[in-house]
Design a protein around this ligand. Structure first.
Ligand code: 13P
Length: 341
């Protein structure tokens, strides 16, 4: 393990003004996104769409530090024969790879899942590293409901995250550790705070037990937010304050950066929340984004599968990337948001 290299990569992933593009939707998830814009989910359409993003030079060069790819994407070539992973590198962003194999039902824990994919992971990491991946991602999913999450599900998921992170670091691949407490449900902000604190404390205990070096990882958590159907939605400032409070209780300052997931927030909410946290300041880690939906919803809609729409889709992507880049420094404003490029 080369700790200097891991720390350098992790620092580059969370550098000021930039964040991570999560373009690692599995074939099932991207089908859902394509269904919504009336595009057939074929390998070529997935390729064309991702090529559109990776060739959006303004967004990629200026606001995107790294891009998470999916297994299919890291092997695909652009229409002119250039590997897609090279397009990401040429744009100045670091290529990464989703390595988990998805959340599967956890026995004896109704309504809960554990993320699978540890078997054979060392060999898959070797291959991905050879293809150009310098960081990886593993997502654990924690549902909030009556009587859940259970201790069983949280510890099983935290253990798998830590095993994955250690295997990554063994091969000088920076692990993005993503324990996502879902926004689904009617729970309030405080319940999300309690669950998130329990999850993060458990994750860091397991990381310690598996000897993961905190300087060489990036945490990708949910923000502390009320459930989607909660009757009391919190203000931007409440979300920012509660999220920082929970993170400070749980995340050692040796971790170089925290790159949030958007998790179903609207584009503007995801940006406003990140901005508010950076305006409060005083955090020991860099706070940035690793958004999937909150970066891609606008370009996907603008594109809608039509080659004629590529330029406008790229502009929509650039705008979102720029707004989030500003938010990562606490410099976003509503006025800039509305002044469409
Ligand atoms: P969202 O920002 O859409 O939640 O996606 C981020 C991600 O990578 C989920 O694993």
């Amino acid at each position: 393990m080369d700790l200097d290299q891991l720390a350098r990569t992790a620092a580059a992933m969370v550098q000021p003004g930039k964040g991570i593009l999560a373009a690692d939707e599995s074939s099932g998830t991207i089908k859902k996104r394509f269904d919504a814009i009336g595009v057939e989910a074929t390998p070529d359409n997935r390729r064309d769409y991702r090529e559109l993003l990776f060739r959006a030079t303004d967004a990629m060069k200026n606001y995107i530090s790294g891009t998470i790819l999916y297994d299919e994407t890291i092997r695909q070539t652009a229409s002119d024969g250039t590997p897609l992973v090279k397009l990401v590198e040429q744009a100045g962003a670091i290529p990464g790879i989703k390595v988990d194999l998805g959340a599967k039902p956890l026995p004896f824990c109704p309504g809960e899942t554990v993320t699978e994919g540890l078997d054979g992971l060392r060999e898959r990491l070797t291959e991905y590293s050879g293809l150009g991946a310098r960081f990886a991602k593993w997502r654990a999913v924690i549902d909030v409901g009556e009587g859940i999450p259970s201790w069983t599900a949280v510890t099983a998921n935290a253990h798998a995250l830590a095993r994955y992170a250690a295997l990554c670091q063994e091969q000088d691949v920076v692990p993005i550790v993503e324990p996502e407490v879902l926004m689904d449900g009617a729970h309030d902000l405080d319940r999300c705070a309690t669950v998130t604190e329990f999850v993060l404390k458990t994750v860091f205990r397991e990381l310690y037990e598996q000897r993961v070096v905190l300087e060489g990882m990036v945490l990708k958590p949910n923000m502390v937010i009320a459930g989607k159907t909660s009757s009391r939605q919190a203000s931007v400032d409440e979300v920012a304050e509660k999220t920082l409070m929970v993170l400070k209780r749980c995340v050692p300052s040796a971790v170089p950066g925290i790159a949030f997931l958007s998790g179903g927030q609207s584009d503007e909410e995801a940006t406003a929340h990140l901005d508010a946290m950076n305006r409060i300041g005083g955090a020991p880690w860099r706070l940035t984004f690793s958004y999937g939906r909150a970066l891609q919803a606008a370009p996907q809609k603008a594109w809608s599968g039509k080659p004629d729409n590529v330029a406008v889709a790229r502009r929509a992507f650039s705008h979102r990337a720029r707004m989030n880049g500003l938010a990562s420094m606490g410099q976003w404003t509503k006025e800039l948001e509305e002044r469409v490029a």
